[in-house]
Design a protein around this ligand. Structure first.
Ligand code: CTP
Length: 406
């Protein structure tokens, strides 16, 4: 269908980038990027009319997003239409523009394109040796200034290298190291670096990539003392096991794995160093709150729990619940990974698997119908009911009603 619309409008249309790379690697990828030689927005509008898609156009970038009725999306971009082989020359034939568009990309493995127009349907365009680098499992830039033009590509290089189990080409690694040495990352805004870190920490197993970032001096850019050696490495491995364990539980509540890993990376830094990083990366306020004050809260609570466990007194379910209930799941998982106290870890995992989701069977409406005036006492009563349930003092609704009456 993409090709048909292109033929109708007299435009050459291609599927490009990550989708083609992953197709050749036989890896799943549902992010389809289309490049149109000509007006990409016009293409998207015509396609949308024919196939009932909504079109979100970004005129400034000459790009559009096609949104299908089921929510599926396709990104459409316009390749630059004019391409001068030499100053003052006439623009070359249109096919040169897809080539130029591909030349602006980060790595050779991302420069592959597949033609969609009927006359050339399915033809693979490989101008920069992308297929051969896929075969050699190599991440290579297209030209020497690639990391200088866009230093965030250093993070992307590591992400692809580790995700695909490829290796940086020798020359590319050399270019990356000199870009780090020459401090090109300083020119990149903190939020862009944060975004790249986020993408890395969201990979299924970010640990090898983190180690590689450290080795190449990229973690030190975030903070000179940020590293994943020795005990941080142990912590990260424990965090990975813990989040994997949690996801296997299928509690119905997701967890932001990247936050757990970021907490681990922060754990070698003190409070003021963490604040420096948060400012530097320009973290949105809700994350700044989580990694700042809330991190301190987790440390305090885990410490208290360890101390109480070491007193060798059995903690009741409701006591454990009261200590841990304020913590978001990411903080709990980090706490579990962090503690070296067997019993504290057991209690935290018991809280996650059994206690955390306990609620009372009666609610505000029941209290109202019992003639209680709504107010803060509702919260208190319901909390007491939860505590009673956690400690096995009530089991049915009747038990709870009876307890309230008392
Ligand atoms: N790109 C680039 N430089 C960047 C970011 C992106 O050259 N700093 C190019 C890449 O060639 C990439 C394309 O823009 O193919 C689209 O970017 P993105 O969607 O981030 O890349 P994917 O390859 O699709 O990555 P992923 O598999 O993680 O979605």
């Amino acid at each position: 269908h993409i090709g048909e619309v292109g033929d109708f409008l007299g435009q050459n249309v291609f599927v490009v980038g990550g989708f083609v790379r992953d197709l050749l690697l036989r890896q799943e990828n549902f992010d389809i990027d289309v490049v149109v030689e000509g007006d990409g927005i016009g293409f998207a509008e015509e396609f949308g009319r024919r196939h009932g898609c909504r079109v979100r156009a970004h005129r400034k970038f000459a790009t559009a997003v096609l949104v299908f009725p089921d929510g599926f999306k396709i990104d459409v971009a316009s390749a630059r239409t004019e391409y001068y082989l030499e100053p003052g020359a006439l623009p070359t034939v249109e096919t040169a523009s897809i080539k130029l568009d591909l030349y602006r990309r980060d790595f050779t493995i991302n420069t592959l394109a597949i033609a969609m127009n009927r006359a050339h349907f399915g033809e693979l365009l490989d101008y920069f040796g992308g297929q051969s680098d896929l075969r050699e499992k190599a991440i290579r830039v297209l030209h020497n200034l690639s990391f200088v033009e866009d230093p965030t590509r250093m993070f992307r290089a590591i992400r692809f290298e580790q995700r695909l189990a490829f290796q940086l080409g020798r020359h590319t690694e050399h270019l990356l190291k000199s870009a780090v040495r020459m401090g090109f990352l300083e020119k990149v805004s903190g939020p862009r670096v944060f975004n790249e870190m986020l993408l890395i920490l969201r990979e299924p197993d970010p640990l090898p990539a983190i180690a590689r970032l450290d080795e190449l001096g990229l973690l030190a850019y975030i903070h000179p003392r940020m590293s994943c050696r020795s005990e941080i490495n142990r912590l990260l491995a424990a965090a990975k096991r813990t989040v994997d364990w949690y996801e296997l539980l299928y509690t119905g509540e997701g967890c932001q794995r990247w936050q757990v890993f970021f907490l681990c990376l922060f754990s070698g830094l003190d409070e003021s160093e963490v604040n420096q990083v948060l400012r530097h990366l320009g973290m949105p306020p809700r994350y700044a709150e989580f990694f700042g004050p809330e991190r301190e809260t987790v440390h305090r609570i885990v410490h208290q729990l360890e101390w109480r466990c070491s007193q060798r007194r059995n903690l009741s379910n409701s006591e454990v619940y009261r200590m841990l209930r304020e913590l978001p799941i990411e903080a709990l998982l980090y706490g579990m990974a962090r503690t070296e106290h067997e019993e504290a870890r057991r209690l935290m995992s018991h809280f996650v698997t059994h206690l955390r989701s306990v609620v009372s069977l009666i609610g505000g409406r029941d209290l109202q119908s019992m003639g209680l005036k709504p107010g803060p006492c509702y919260g208190e009563i319901l909390n007491k009911l939860v505590a009673a349930r956690l400690d096995g003092l009530v089991s049915t609704r009747e038990d709870e009603l009876r307890l309230v009456r008392r």
